[in-house]
Design a protein around this ligand. Structure first.
Ligand code: V55
Ligand code: FE
Length: 524
C-alpha cells in the first residue's frame, strides 16, 4: 500500500501520533519537531512503506554482497585516528575523497556511477588525523531522504525518474571535489556544484551558481585552478539541457566572481569528462561515448560507445569569445582525465589517459562487443599546431606503453604550464612518470590490497615539481574491505608508506581524491 504523505500540509501533526501508523512517529524516527518539519517541507510523492533492502547479489548496484562495491551509507567521525609509522611533522591539510554510495536500493539496477555522493575528509595536522564523512545534502538526497526510497531511475536518464522529481536536480555530487574561494565543491558533471563547508562538510548550497554568474545547467567534475592567477576555469557540457551540444566555459576569480565566459558548440553530444587549460588555450576532447533521445527513451544509462565515431579535439583561445574554436579529428578512442597540458606559442599539447576502445563496460557498445584488452588506459599525448591553418586532424602518441592505468594526475601547481611529473593509478600501483628523463617508478599496494586514486601533496610550498607525497586510500580485500589511508614519499615510492592511518572499518567507495593545503583553509 502506498499513501500520499501530505506532510508538507501538516508537518507538526505528523510528528505526533498518527492513527494510520499506530505508533508515535516522532520517537520512531528519532526526530525533533524541527527535523520533522524540515522533512515535511521537502516531502514529495509517496514514502516507502517497506524497510530498506539492498540486493544481496555480489556486485549488484549498492548490493551488500560485494566486498568493496557495496553500499556503506554510514556517516562517520573518528577523532585522532591510529597511525602506524610517522606522519611528516609539517604535513598540514585535508585529504578529501568522494564516491558514489547508494542512498536507497533501486527497483531496476543502475550503474555504479549513479550512487549518491558521499564525501570523506582526513584533517591532518601536527602528526594527528581526524576523519569525518557526510553525504552531500543535495536536492536529490533530500527528496529521497524524505521519501525513504529511490526516486531517480537509471544513470542520468530523466525518463526513468519518479514524476515527483521532475523539477529538482538529479546531480549526485559523487565524482570529484574542488576547492575555491573558501568553498568545497562536490561535483557531478550533469549539474551545478554542491557547495559545502570545507571544515564541517555541511552542505551550504545544493545548487551553486557562482552568485548567478554561471548560466548553464551543468558543471564539470574537473575544473582547473591556475596557480599563477588564482582563477578557477570551469566548463559544463549539455549546458543548455539534456542532449544539447552547448558547452559553457567560464573563469571565476579568487572571490568566485565570473570574470570571463563563452558558449561554444560541440561537434556531437558526448561525455566530456575533463578538459585542458593552458596559459593561452582551452581544449575539449569529444569522444565516442555518445547518446540519443531514442536511447534515453528506451531506458539507457545516458551513454553508449559508438565504435565508428571519430574523437574530436577542440581548441579555443582562453579569454576569447569562443568563435575561434577549431575541432580536429582523431581516432576512435576515449580518454577521461588530463594529466597535464601546455601551449608553446600556437602549439598545444594535451596529455590524457585513454584507450582505443570502451573503458566502461556498463555503457553498451554499438558496433562490436566490449573488449577488455582494448580498455586498458595509457598516457597519450595529443598535439595540434594552430599555425597550420589547413590541419583538420590532431597528432597523438602513446607514451609509456608498458604502464596501464587511469585517473591521471599531476602536481597541481603546474596546471596550465609545461610540466614534467605525472601520476597514474593502475592495477594496485601508483605510478610516477618523469617526462624529462622518461623514468618511471611506482608504489605497489601489495597483496590483498587495492588502491583508490591518490593525490599529490608538495613537500612544502617551494618544493620542486613532484617532490612530496602521494596520499590515498588502500582497501584490504582480505579484511572485508577495511580501509587504510597511506602516505608515500614520491622520491622513494618503492620504499612503501611513510605512514599508514588505520581505520577500523570500510570506507565508502571512491572515485577521486583531492588535497587542500592547510594554509588555504578558512580559519575555524
Ligand atoms: C566518470 C565518473 C562518473 C561519471 C562520469 O571517471 C565519468 C569518470 C562517478 O561518475 O558520472
Ligand atoms: Fe574524473
Amino acid at each position: 500500500m502506498t499513501r500520499k504523505t501530505e506532510r508538507g500540509a501538516r508537518p507538526e501533526s505528523d510528528s505526533a501520533t498518527t492513527p494510520e501508523a499506530g505508533i508515535d512517529r516522532r520517537s520512531f524516527f528519532g526526530m525533533t519537531a524541527a527535523g520533522a518539519a524540515a522533512v515535511g517541507a521537502l516531502a514529495t510523492g509517496t514514502q516507502a512503506e517497506a524497510g530498506v533492502q539492498f540486493s544481496k547479489e555480489r556486485g549488484a548496484f549498492g548490493g551488500g554482497g560485494a566486498m568493496t562495491g557495496g553500499a556503506s551509507r554510514s556517516e562517520n567521525e573518528l577523532y585522532d585516528c591510529e597511525v602506524d609509522g610517522t606522519l611528516p611533522a609539517d604535513l598540514d591539510g585535508v585529504f578529501y575523497r568522494v564516491g558514489p554510495d547508494p542512498q536507497y536500493p533501486k527497483e531496476k539496477p543502475s550503474i555504479a556511477f549513479d550512487g549518491e555522493g558521499h564525501i570523506g575528509m582526513f584533517r591532518i595536522k601536527n602528526g594527528h588525523v581526524d576523519y569525518k564523512s557526510r553525504y552531500a545534502r543535495n536536492q536529490r538526497w533530500k527528496a529521497q531522504h524524505a521519501a525513504r526510497r529511490a526516486l531517480f531511475g537509471t544513470y542520468r536518464n530523466p525518463f526513468t525518474n519518479d514524476p515527483s522529481v521532475k523539477d529538482i536536480s538529479g546531480g549526485t555530487a559523487n565524482t570529484q571535489i574542488a576547492y575555491h574561494h573558501n568553498l568545497l565543491f562536490a561535483l557531478k558533471e550533469d549539474s551545478p556544484p554542491v557547495a559545502m563547508n570545507p571544515l564541517t562538510l555541511e552542505t551550504v548550497d545544493d545548487y551553486y551558481t557562482f552568485k548567478g554568474g554561471m548560466k548553464g545547467k551543468t558543471f564539470t567534475a574537473h575544473p582547473k585552478v591556475d596557480y599563477a592567477t588564482g582563477e578557477m576555469i570551469c566548463f559544463g557540457y549539455e549546458a543548455k539541457g539534456l542532449l544539447t551540444k552547448d558547452i559553457e566555459v567560464f573563469s571565476a576569480n579568487r572571490q568566485g566572481r565570473v570574470v570571463w565566459q563563452a558558449f561554444i558548440q560541440a561537434p556531437y553530444v558526448s561525455m566530456i569528462h575533463d578538459f585542458a587549460v593552458t596559459d593561452r588555450h582551452i581544449a575539449f576532447l569529444a569522444i565516442p561515448l555518445n547518446t540519443s533521445m531514442d536511447f534515453l527513451r528506451s531506458g539507457g544509462p545516458h551513454w553508449f560507445y559508438d565504435g565508428e565515431t571519430s574523437s574530436m579535439l577542440g581548441i579555443m583561445r582562453r579569454g576569447g569569445d569562443g568563435k575561434d574554436i577549431r575541432w580536429f579529428k582523431g581516432p576512435n578512442w576515449m580518454a577521461t582525465h588530463t594529466m597535464g597540458a601546455w601551449s608553446d606559442g600556437e602549439k598545444v599539447y594535451v596529455d590524457m589517459d585513454g584507450a582505443f576502445g570502451n573503458q566502461f563496460p556498463f555503457f553498451p557498445n554499438v558496433h562490436g562487443a566490449f573488449d577488455p584488452a582494448k580498455s586498458a588506459g595509457r598516457i597519450t599525448r595529443m598535439s595540434v599546431d594552430l599555425n597550420d591553418k589547413g590541419a583538420d586532424t590532431y597528432k597523438y602518441e602513446v607514451m609509456y606503453p608498458q604502464i596501464t592505468g587511469s585517473l591521471a594526475r599531476q602536481d597541481e601547481r603546474y596546471v596550465a604550464k609545461p610540466y614534467r611529473i605525472g601520476f597514474l593509478n593502475g592495477q594496485g600501483r601508483w605510478h610516477k612518470v618523469d617526462h624529462q628523463t622518461g623514468q618511471t617508478s611506482a608504489f605497489v599496494g601489495g597483496p590483498n590490497t587495492s588502491l583508490a586514486e591518490m593525490s599529490f601533496v608538495p613537500r612544502n610550498k617551494n618544493a620542486p615539481e613532484g617532490d612530496g607525497y602521494l596520499i590515498g586510500v588502500a582497501t584490504r580485500t582480505n579484511e572485508n574491505g577495511r580501509s587504510d589511508l597511506v602516505i608515500v614519499d614520491t622520491q622513494h615510492l618503492d620504499a612503501g608508506p611513510v605512514a599508514t592511518v588505520h581505520l577500523p572499518y570500510r570506507l565508502p567507495g571512491q572515485v577521486h581524491g583531492f588535497w587542500v593545503p592547510g594554509d588555504q583553509l578558512p580559519k575555524a
